[in-house]
Write a protein that binds this ligand. Sequence first.
Ligand SMILES: Nc1ncnc2c1ncn2[C@@H]1O[C@H](COP(=O)(O)OP(=O)(O)OP(=O)(O)O)[C@@H](O)[C@H]1O
Length: 390
Amino acid sequence: MSQITEQQILDTLKSVRDPENDNDIVSLNMVSGLVIKDGNVGFAIEVAPERGPKLEPLRKAAEDAVHALPGVLSVTAVLTAHSSGGQNAGNQNAAPPPPPARGAPQAAGQRPPAQGGAGQQRQMVPGVGAIVAVASGKGGVGKSTTATNLSLALSRIGLKVGLLDADIYGPSLPRMMGISGKPTSPDGKILKPMENFGIKCMSMGFLVAEDTPMIWRGPMVQSALQQMLRDVEWGELDVLIVDMPPGTGDAQLTMAQQVPLAGAVIVSTPQDIALLDARKGLNMFRKVDVPVLGIIENMSVFICPNCGHESHIFSHGGAKKEAETLGMNFLGEMPLNIDIRITSDEGRPIVVSEPDGEHAKRYIDIAKSIWDRLSTGTTAPRQSPTIVMQ
Ligand SMILES: Nc1ncnc2c1ncn2[C@@H]1O[C@H](COP(=O)(O)OP(=O)(O)OP(=O)(O)O)[C@@H](O)[C@H]1O
C-alpha cells in the first residue's frame, strides 16, 4: 500500500471550505498538528471558540475527505479553540520550550495555556497553570499509582506540582504519599494543603478516617470536589494532577465537566477488556471537550526479579495499538513490578525511593512528554491546542 503524504492530505483538505470565510481551510491556515502514522491520520482545525458548536459539519467533512484517500486507515480531526482562528497554524513543529529549572520563576509564555478545555464557562483556579486528570475506564489498573508517580516526576523536571485525590470513594493519596494528619485552616475558610516530597496534596482521606465508609450522593460528590479545588490554598502551581475516580459513569462525567481540565491522561492495563474501558474513558473526555494527552499502559510486562525473564501476562502492546488506531498519543508503558507496588503501599513511591532507577526514568519521560504537550498546546491528536468539540 502506498504511503500517504502530508501534501496529499493538505491538497485534499483544500476541498473543504469554511462557509463563513469563503475560502478553504488550508488557505485560511486553519489546519494544524497534522500527524500521519501507519495510515492513521490526525489533525486539528483551529477555529474561534464561539464558532465551535456550529462547525461539526466542517470537521466531519474534513475527516471524510481524508478518509476517502487510498492508504488512509483512520482519521481523527478535532476542532480546537483559537481566539483569532488559525494563528498557530504552520507553527506545529515548533520545539517545545524547555521545562524551567527547579525553583526558577515561570515565564508567562511557558505556562500551559491550558486550564479549561472548552470550558471557558468552567471557573478557573487562580494560580494553577494546568489541571490534568488521570483517569481509567475501570478500577484497579494502577491509576492512583500512576497519578502519584507522575506528580513526583513532574516535580523532578522542575515544575511546581499539586496532587488532588478526587477518588473520594476510595482515597489512596494519603497512604501512597506517606502523609498522615489533617489539614489546617487558619481562617476557618481555606484549607492548607498537606505536603510531602515537595508536592501539595489534598484528599478526602485527610478529612475522614480511613475506615469510614463513604456514601455520597451526586451533589455531595460535586461539592466536595469543588471545595477541594477552590477552598484549598494551592498557591502558584504549574500543574495540578487530579486522580479521578475510576470508571466512566455519570459521576465521572460530571466531574470531568466541572473541573477546568487542560487535559486528561488515560491509564490502562493491556487486557482487551480494560482497553475497551479505556476507549470509554477517551470518549468521556471527548464528550466534555477535554483533550486527551495520551494513554499510559500500566502493568505491561512482568519482569521476574530473580532471573529477569519477561512474561507478557496480558497481551502486550494492546494500549499502544489501541492508541494508534484512535489516532491518540501513546505516552509509554510501565511494567508490572513488585517494587512499584511495595514503594507505593509504603508511602515512598518509586520516583522518590529509587530516583535513578529504570522505573523513575520511565515516569520522568512520560512527565516530560505530558509537559511538552501542555506547554506547546499540543494535545490531541498528537498535536493540537484546546479541543472545543468533536
Ligand atoms: N506497575 C505496577 N506494578 C506493580 N503493582 C502496581 C503497578 N501499578 C499499580 N500497582 C498496584 O496495584 C494496586 C492498584 O493500584 P492503584 O490503587 O494505583 O489502582 P487504581 O486504578 O487507582 O485503583 P482504584 O480503582 O482502587 O482507584 C496497588 O496495590 C498498586 O500498588
